[in-house]
Design a protein. Structure first.
Length: 242
C-alpha cells in the first residue's frame, strides 16, 4: 500500500511592492476622482481645545482646497502638485515647496501609472522591502515599511479586508534635528464610487493627540471647477455649496 503525505505549503509573505500592486489592482480606474466634504476640526494644544469648521474639495491625484470658517475671512489653503499656497483675506500670503502626502496615500496613488506609484512610495521614505502583519482595531493589517509595529521607521498599515490605508506612522526630523513620531489614523470608511473615503482622522505627535477631524456631507462632484485650485487667480466660494 502506498501512503501519501501532504504537507501544507507556506505561502511567501508579500513584500511592499506586492501589497501596493494589490491595492492598485483593486482600485485603479474605480476610485472616485473627486471628493467634497465638510469637516469639524478639533485642535488640541496642551490643556486647550479649539473647534473649527472647514470645507474641502479634492481632485485626485494631486489637488486639495481647504476653506476655513468664517468664509468671509478668505482663509484658504490650496495644495497643488508638490506645493502649498496659503491665503488670508483672499490674498496669497505664503507659498511652500511642500505638498500633502495624504492626497496621494488616500486616493491619488490610483491615478498614476503603477510604476510611478511605486516610485512615489519609495520617494516618500517607505521601505517596500520590509513588511509585517498585525491586528489593528479588530482587523488584520499589512504593514509596509517595517517588519513589526514597534520598529521606528516610516510605516503604512493596510486593512486586509478592503485594502484601505488605516494608519500612517512617520519618524521625521524637525528643523532642530529632533525626531518626532507622527501617527495618523484613518477611520470609519464609507463606500464612495468604486472605492472609499475615511470620515474620521486622528493625528498624534509623540503619542499626544494634536488634531481630530470628522468629515460629513461626503460626496463626489463630477462638475467640479478646476479653477478653484488655481493659486494665481483666487476664486471665492459661496456656501452652502452642497
Amino acid at each position: 500500500m502506498i501512503v501519501l503525505f501532504f504537507f501544507p505549503v507556506k505561502m511567501k509573505a508579500p513584500n511592499g511592492e506586492d501589497i501596493v500592486k494589490m491595492m492598485y489592482k483593486k482600485y485603479a480606474g474605480k476610485w472616485a476622482r473627486t471628493l467634497v466634504f465638510d469637516q469639524t476640526t478639533e485642535i488640541y494644544r496642551d490643556t486647550t481645545k479649539r473647534v473649527q469648521t472647514w470645507h474641502e474639495w479634492m481632485s485626485f491625484p494631486d489637488k486639495l482646497r481647504i476653506d476655513m470658517e468664517p468664509i468671509a475671512n478668505g482663509t484658504t489653503t490650496i495644495y497643488r502638485n508638490d506645493s502649498t499656497y496659503s491665503f488670508r483675506q483672499g490674498k496669497l500670503a505664503n507659498t511652500s515647496p511642500n505638498g500633502n502626502d495624504l492626497i496621494f496615500l488616500l486616493g491619488g496613488m490610483y491615478f498614476y501609472p503603477q510604476e510611478k506609484t511605486l516610485e512615489k512610495f519609495k520617494a516618500m521614505g517607505y521601505d517596500l522591502s520590509k513588511t509585517g502583519e498585525d491586528n489593528y482595531n479588530g482587523h488584520d493589517v499589512y504593514i509596509i515599511g517595517a517588519t513589526n509595529k514597534d520598529e521606528k521607521s516610516n510605516q503604512l498599515w493596510i486593512n486586509k479586508d478592503d485594502m484601505y490605508v488605516v494608519r500612517m506612522l512617520r519618524y521625521d526630523k524637525n528643523a532642530q534635528g529632533v525626531v518626532n513620531k507622527q501617527d495618523a489614523q484613518f477611520q470609519n470608511y464609507i463606500k464612495l464610487g468604486g472605492g472609499g473615503a475615511e470620515t474620521r482622522v486622528m493625528f498624534y505627535v509623540n503619542d499626544k493627540l494634536r488634531q481630530a477631524e470628522i468629515y460629513f456631507n461626503c460626496h463626489e462632484d463630477a462638475k467640479m471647477d478646476m479653477k478653484i485650485f488655481d493659486p494665481q487667480h483666487y476664486m471665492p466660494i459661496t456656501y452652502p455649496s452642497h
